[in-house]
Design a protein around this ligand. Structure first.
Ligand SMILES: C[S@@+](CC[C@H](N)C(=O)[O-])C[C@H]1O[C@@H](n2cnc3c(N)ncnc32)[C@H](O)[C@@H]1O
Length: 325
C-alpha cells in the first residue's frame, strides 16, 4: 500500500453518493444481506446500505486505489465488522470474495469512474483545473501513467485513444499537436495545448472545458477502464446467481453505459424464467429489471451537479441449473 499522509486522511470530502435511494431499491437492500460495493470510493453508498439496515448487513468494499480506501476506512469506522475492505481490482472479484469468505452475495454495486477525492486532491493529475504532473493512475503502483501515454504513444495510436475513449472529433489534430510539443509533463500544459489546438475556445456555446474529452480518454486508457468493465460484467453472474442477487451499475458517460446496456440486453430476457422454452439452448443470465435507464431526479441534480450524467442499470441474476451449464 502507498503511504498516505495525514493531510490526505484529514481531507473532508464534499461527497454525496449518486442516486443513493435508487441504489438501495435496486439492490433490494435488507437486514442480514451481504453486498459487494465493487467501487467503494469514499464509502458513500456503503454507508447508505448499512444505515438502511441499521448496520444489520455486511458490505465487502473493494477499491483499486489504496489512498481512497484509507479514507473509506476512516469514514466507515462506526460500522465496525459490518464492513470488510479490500484493496484490489474488481476484475479480481472472485478471488477477493474467496479470500474474505464472502460467498453468495445478495447484490453488487459498481459506481464507475473516479471519486471526488481522486479528482480534487493534489497530486493525482486527473484534473485540468490544477497544474500538476500528468498521472491519472487510480492505483499509483500501476506502471503506466498519463505521462507515458502522452509522451510515448505514436501519433496514430494516440489519435485513436482520444477518438475511441473521448469521442473527441478533433482527435487527430490534438494528437498531432501533442506529438509536436512533447515532452508534456503537466495537466495545465496538456489542457492549454488542447485549448489552443481546437476551435472550441471560440464557441460560446461550448459548455464543457475544451480538454474534457481528451482528459477523459487519457484517463480511460491509463486505467484500462472499458476493458476492465467488460471483464467484470462477464464474471459477476456466477457470483450472484446462487441467491438471485442484483447487479446495479452507475455509469457516467455513454461509452460505459453502452457496455453495461449491451451486456445486460445480450444476456437477458424480459420474460419470467418459467416461460422460457426448455428447448432453447442458450439460457439468459440476467433478468433485466429496468428496461429504461434510471436517471437522477432534477432535485438531485440541483443539489449534486456531479450526478447530472449518471445512469443506473439494474439486473437480477438467474440461476442456471447444473445440467444446463
Ligand atoms: C465514483 S467512485 C465511487 C464512489 C462511491 N460509490 C462513494 O459513494 O463514495 C469510483 C471508485 O471506483 C474505483 N475503481 C475504479 N475502477 C476500479 C476497478 N477496476 N477496481 C476497483 N476499483 C475501481 C475508483 O478508484 C474510485 O474510488
Amino acid at each position: 500500500m502507498l503511504a498516505t499522509n495525514q493531510s490526505q486522511l484529514d481531507w473532508q470530502p464534499n461527497h454525496t453518493p449518486v442516486m443513493s435511494n435508487q441504489v438501495l431499491e435496486a439492490l433490494s437492500v435488507k437486514p442480514c444481506g451481504n453486498y459487494i460495493d465493487g467501487t467503494i470510493g469514499l464509502g458513500g453508498h456503503t454507508k447508505a446500505i448499512l444505515e438502511a439496515t441499521n448496520n444489520k448487513c455486511t458490505v465487502l468494499g473493494i477499491d483499486r486505489d489504496p489512498q481512497v480506501l484509507e479514507i473509506a476506512k476512516k469514514r466507515l469506522r462506526q460500522f465496525g465488522d459490518s464492513v470488510i475492505l479490500a484493496q484490489g481490482n474488481y476484475t479480481d472479484i472472485q478471488s477477493i470474495c474467496n479470500e474474505h469468505n464472502f460467498l453468495q452475495p445478495d447484490g453488487l454495486l459498481l459506481d464507475l469512474g473516479i471519486s471526488s477525492f481522486q479528482l480534487e486532491k493534489d497530486g493525482r493529475g486527473f484534473s485540468f483545473l490544477r497544474d500538476e504532473y500528468l498521472d491519472m493512475r487510480m492505483n499509483q503502483s500501476d506502471s503506466i501513467s498519463a505521462y507515458e501515454i502522452i509522451n510515448q504513444t505514436p501519433e496514430k495510436e494516440l489519435a485513436d485513444i482520444i477518438w475511441k475513449y473521448g469521442e473527441e472529433r478533433q482527435s487527430r489534430k490534438i494528437a498531432k499537436a501533442i506529438i509536436n510539443h512533447r515532452p508534456i509533463s503537466t495537466t495545465r500544459e496538456l489542457a492549454t495545448l488542447v485549448e489552443n489546438t481546437t476551435h472550441y475556445k471560440k464557441s460560446s456555446k461550448q459548455k464543457i472545458h475544451p480538454a474534457t474529452l481528451t482528459f477523459q480518454a487519457i484517463r480511460i486508457a491509463v486505467n484500462d477502464e472499458l476493458e476492465q468493465l467488460k471483464k467484470v460484467l462477464n464474471l459477476v453472474h456466477s457470483l450472484l446467481e446462487a441467491r438471485s442477487g442484483k447487479l446495479a451499475v452507475i455509469s457516467f458517460h455513454s461509452l460505459e453505459d453502452r457496455i453495461v446496456k449491451n451486456h445486460i440486453r445480450d444476456n437477458s430476457s424480459l420474460k419470467p424464467r418459467e416461460r422460457w422454452s426448455l428447448e432453447e439452448d442458450t439460457h439468459p443470465l440476467w433478468l433485466q429489471i429496468n428496461k429504461k435507464v434510471i436517471r437522477p431526479s432534477p432535485q438531485e441534480i440541483s443539489i449534486n451537479p456531479r450526478s447530472r450524467s449518471a445512469r443506473l442499470r439494474v439486473a437480477q441474476a438467474i440461476a442456471i441449473e447444473e445440467d444446463m451449464k
